[in-house]
Design a protein around this ligand. Structure first.
Ligand code: 3BY
Ligand code: FES
Ligand code: FE
Length: 423
């Protein structure tokens, strides 16, 4: 059986899996790692996909990746192909990338630019708002093109980020977070940015191990020498471990940011979204090996090169670092119970010239190393969890509060969505 076959089983034990999931999440204790099956069981993975990834808002890309009408990107949510395209009015829309004739994928590439969306199979053609505008001449008299538009998916943009939700009915509330994101991203003018580099790593680990790993820096000193040249090990300005020196450094930086009108105060929206600007280590401006900027042109209206990193978290699938000269966005895509893709994109001002204003290798080096180190950590974690010796272990309330919060969000979300479905 391949990893996808299970997602297609119609007559199986999903009812039992949902009940097991519900019981396990209700009974688990919040500061212990999850029971093994939640990290490796294919049926429970399918519950994750159905109750989290197919019902919650997901980060899918940046608006600058679809800069003009007809520009599109495609993503996969489990085995749901999704298409994100800018229409002629400038609006970014999402559709199921599934032809209404016999179901072929309509756009087959990762990205492109088209006048209309033409299915490669029999050339049914949709406009950029998803209306079917051409289906040949042989569909018979009773055929009404207006019945066969592409199926839309919920799509929202803010601050240059694109979010999609595949929920069939009303999507979860996201307005407050998007309003804050717009305000916090205003200095960056991400519509006028471009992707300078991109990487996708395949990790042999459950998606939750990938996110858990990102939610703590307990592992940083043992694994991330390049990152720690600039990154402070705590994740918040109010961290109980913050030293008096850090607090002074932060106060000085915050005063500079205030003078330039750069938002930085910690905001959060439930456990799902948080935005906080953290200074980097004193004397460093961005996350490069020497701490110096990677691009000569700053983004948007930014003057000060020492903006630290504004960290944006969006569960279940994205964390991000916004700096003065380049931003780094991360996107997690679960493939199977023990396989996950992590895509990283480095973005700069759209007028920055490669080789002149920035050196791609220098810009991406630290996070390429960090990503590889994190992949190794997640894969080793998965291997140990698969052992019969594994039993859920305790999280540190200080170092690993981000992990505790992530799993609390995960548990609440699944339980909410399962109840909604009725078990
Ligand atoms: O910097 C990050 O994205 C996360 C947070 C702390 C550790 N990790 C590398
Ligand atoms: Fe798309 Fe036939 S499946 S045109
Ligand atoms: Fe890490």
């Amino acid at each position: 059986m391949t990893e996808y076959d299970l997602l297609n089983l119609q007559y199986n034990h999903m009812g039992e899996a949902r009940r097991d999931m519900s019981r396990t999440l209700t009974e688990r204790s919040r500061n212990l790692s999850l029971p093994r099956a939640l990290y490796n069981d294919p049926f429970l993975f399918r519950v994750d996909m159905e109750e989290v990834f197919m019902k919650e808002w997901l980060f899918v890309g940046m608006t600058c990746e679809v800069p003009t009408p007809g520009a599109y990107i495609t993503v996969e949510v489990g085995q749901n192909p999704v298409l994100v395209v800018r229409d002629r009015d400038g609006e970014v829309r999402a559709f199921h990338n599934v032809c209404r004739h016999r179901g072929s994928r309509v756009c087959t590439g990762k990205k492109g630019k088209v006048a209309n969306l033409t299915c490669p199979y029999h050339q049914w053609t949709y406009d950029l708002k998803g209306n079917l505008i051409f289906a040949g001449t042989e569909m018979g008299d009773g055929f009404d093109k207006s019945d066969f538009g592409l199926k839309p998916a919920h799509c929202r943009t803010a601050g240059g980020f694109i979010y999609v939700c595949l929920a069939e009915d009303e999507p979860p509330e996201i307005d407050a977070y998007l309003a804050a994101l717009d305000a916090y991203m205003e200095p960056y003018d991400m519509e006028n940015s471009k992707v300078a580099a991109e990487s996708t790593l395949e990790e042999n680990a459950n998606w939750k191990l990938v996110v858990e790993n990102n939610r703590e820096c307990y592992h940083c000193s043992g694994s991330h020498p390049e990152l720690l040249r600039t990154l402070l090990e705590w994740d918040d300005t109010t961290d109980p471990r913050a030293t008096p020196e850090f607090k002074e450094h932060y106060e000085r930086q915050a005063a500079e940011w205030d003078r330039e009108g750069i938002p930085h105060k910690h905001v959060e929206f439930g456990l799902q979204n948080r935005i906080v600007r953290m200074p980097l280590k004193e004397g460093t401006a961005v996350m490069t090996m020497d701490g110096k900027p990677a691009c000569r042109k700053n983004l948007g209206r930014i003057q000060n090169q020492s903006l630290g990193s504004m960290r944006i978290l969006h569960l279940p699938n994205s964390w991000n670092h916004m700096q003065s000269d380049h931003v780094i966005v991360f996107q997690v895509q679960p493939i199977s119970a023990q396989k996950t893709l992590v895509t990283t994109k480095w973005l700069v001002h759209k007028d920055a010239v490669e080789g002149e204003d920035y050196d791609v290798e220098r810009m991406r080096y630290v996070w390429d190393q960090t990503n590889k180190q994190d992949r190794e950590l997640a894969e080793q974690n998965q291997k140990g969890i698969n052992s019969l010796a594994y039993q859920p272990g305790p999280y540190s309330e200080t170092y690993e509060f981000g992990v505790i919060n992530f799993l609390e969000w995960y548990g609440e979300t699944i339980l909410k969505n399962l109840t909604h479905d009725s078990l």
